[in-house]
Design a protein around this ligand. Sequence first.
Ligand code: PLP
Length: 406
Amino acid sequence: MSIKEKMNKRFYDLQGGLFAKVTKADVGEGAGQLIQNGYTVMAWADPFFPDPSIPKSVKDTMIKEIENGFPSHYTMPMGDRKLREVIAKRIKDTYDVVLDPSRHILITPGSDSGLLYAMLPFLSEGDEVLIPDPSYPSNFVNAKLCGATAIHVPLYPENGYQLDISEFEKRVTPYTKMVVITHPNNPTGTVFNRKSILDLCDFVKKRDLILVSDQAFEDHIYDNREMIAPMSIDGMFERTITTFSISKGLGLSGFRVGYIIANDELMDVYYGGAVNVLGATNTLAQKAAITALEDKSIIKDYHERLLRRRDIAYKILNSIPHVKTILPESGILSWIDISELGTSQEVAAYLLDKAHISVNEGTPYGHQGEGYLRIVHACFWDDQDAVKALNKIKDSLIQLGKEKRL
Ligand SMILES: Cc1ncc(COP(=O)(O)O)c(C=O)c1O
């Protein structure tokens, strides 16, 4: 038996380092090497990457905190008290949900760790987790890491990638324990509408399930769409764990600050295990997050920038022959149908080779991702740099179409 075979089989198939067949640019050293070699990375869901993007007020807070010296110490594992208060206010203002900062909020080192931790106490071998497809790849992996089975629930472009509860109903078994949604969705940018959310909540209650709602992308919703948090729906707070992040909306992914919201019965357990599973989140980053959340001018400015960028990207990508693109409803991502030009893998490899641009293949996002690419159009601070990269993608895909004699 090889030493690796002694591993828990939940972990055995994970690959992302030296021996990985890289299908996602954001594992191992792949992206780092690409950047060093002058490639453009549009495969990290990280606004303004790789340009500097720490707002002045946040920088000032960090300098002040370093000078007073406190950030060399831990905060409580549940997180900085002031940060939890700021979050409680924010959730009240946004969703009209009243939270007790001492009972309902846990600060996490980024929301990826929060997402896995949200699922961990509920799942064991044999459980099934319903996950819309396409959605964030970690959702499928997390189910497996918890010993459960991810059950893919297809979403369709014809339906605007909204939730169709009959697709969930078809897949329910006595083993179904949980639903995990990414809302707004990554990669499609879909903001689940009122009908989707209300139908989902009815389904979750009727079937007595747990809902995990990942709202990492909630900050930038376009065209006056309504953003409904499932936890705000009657009878849902006690069965919903919601995860959040400052990585996307505030462009502060490197700070590694996220948070979980849940009812106090569940939170008691999350607090209890916080030291073992998460440790405490970086103190300086939490202080910075307080300013980032309180200084409303940051999100306002980013909203204007990201909306403008969404429109620029849509115009360029939508003008490529044999490519179908949808207008993103939120966030920083474009999701394009390149199936007439080849498979996700072929077309992503072509762009890497010819345009020196790394984008995401659609397949890690689920079975529905074949024939699609995800492009992070919000990379770079200056629009002109993004325009240059998007036009390179356009020229390369036009060339590919010619080579394929379309
Ligand atoms: C949908 C979604 N949720 C959560 C995360 C995790 O982000 P972070 O750990 O930086 O908060 C990501 C990162 O790409 C994401 O795309």
